[in-house]
Design a protein around this ligand. Structure first.
Ligand SMILES: C[S@@+](CC[C@H](N)C(=O)[O-])C[C@H]1O[C@@H](n2cnc3c(N)ncnc32)[C@H](O)[C@@H]1O
Length: 230
């Protein structure tokens, strides 16, 4: 599962998020102890979104980042895009947003369309990470900001036993109890452990042509917010 690439990974990811869509938000809150709300706030702050600017929330799921962007900057033009219909349908219940069905690897926008692009827990799911980054850089305006909130491969710190227990026991158990889909949350663990180190994602962002790249780790080093500028 976590080692699938290309269209096979896309199909697996789409099916999985379709199945857990109804429980996704509550599981997110439980698994992060509600901390994801703060990470989303910080992710949007990093975009320094100005009135009238265009922001894309890519892999928006139920749209929490898009909503946070509008909360912080009500005069911005925000688009929420995802390739799993069920996630957007659940998101619609939380209120209106300009939704769009789109694949992160083939964005339906001309070059230089957005002032800022954010994604939350998307990038480890895409079948081709360098291509997804290049596609986002393509649709960013010159000077546009890219901010990524994502799990990151944890390093072995003294907190490692806690991190291990959270990933191997806490998350799959919550997935089983709340979503009745332990396998989906085994995927979360496996995709986190096999994803890039925060330093390597920063390197990939540089390779995609972004400058001013930096990152901050959160939650015992299992989460990171990365940023860069076109
Ligand atoms: C873990 S959820 C994150 C949802 C939301 N961004 C959040 O912060 O809670 C990942 C989302 O990315 C979407 N996704 C995965 N691969 C995608 C792709 N290639 N194109 C568009 N969306 C994708 C999934 O459908 C899912 O809704």
């Amino acid at each position: 599962m976590a080692n699938l690439t290309g269209p096979q990974r896309a199909r697996y990811v789409q099916t999985m998020f379709s199945q857990i869509a109804g429980r996704y938000d509550i599981l997110n809150r439980l698994m992060t102890g509600g901390m994801d709300v703060r990470w989303r706030r910080d992710t949007i702050r990093r975009t320094q979104l100005q009135p009238g600017e265009r922001l894309l929330d890519l892999g928006s799921g139920t749209g929490d980042l898009a909503r946070e962007a509008l909360r912080q900057q009500p005069a911005a033009q925000v688009v929420a895009a995802d390739f799993t219909l069920n996630m957007m349908l659940v998101g619609k219940r939380h209120g209106p947003l300009p939704w769009l069905a789109a694949d992160a690897l083939r964005l339906p926008f001309p070059d230089h369309s957005f002032d800022a692009i954010v994604s939350g827990f998307l990038m480890r799911n895409v079948g081709d990470l360098p291509a997804a980054l290049l596609e986002q850089v393509r649709v960013l305006k010159p000077g546009g900001r890219l901010v990524i909130l994502e799990t990151t491969r944890p390093t072995r710190t003294p907190l490692w036993p806690l991190v291990w227990a959270h990933l191997h026991i806490g998350i799959p158990m919550l997935g089983m109890l709340v979503a009745r889909k332990g396998s989906a949350y085994q995927y979360l663990r496996a995709s986190t452990e096999s994803f890039l180190l925060a330093e390597d994602l920063a390197e990939q962002m540089l390779r995609a042509g972004l400058g001013g790249v930096g990152f901050q780790r959160r939650m015992m080093g299992t989460i990171a917010i990365h940023w860069g500028k076109k």
